[in-house]
Design a protein around this ligand. Structure first.
Ligand SMILES: [Zn+2]
Length: 62
């Protein structure tokens, strides 16, 4: 099942969503997104932990 993380759930005012098959895959994309979209060169460990806690299984309608 696809996992989903909303940037907003990590604490940014942002509507971006990241999908992946594993937490590692999602975190890699979040780090990239944080750098490109939010100018965060190095994501603090606390934010990484918050991101992991905010990852959800994607619910598909139907
Ligand atoms: Zn964002």
């Amino acid at each position: 099942m696809t996992k989903l993380l909303r940037c907003r759930d990590v604490g940014f005012e942002c509507d971006a969503e990241v999908r992946g098959d594993s937490n590692e895959e999602i975190l890699a994309q979040v780090v990239e997104h944080a750098r490109d979209a939010h100018g965060v060169d190095e994501v603090p460990e606390a934010v990484v932990q918050r991101a992991i806690a905010a990852i959800r299984e994607e619910q598909r309608p139907g």
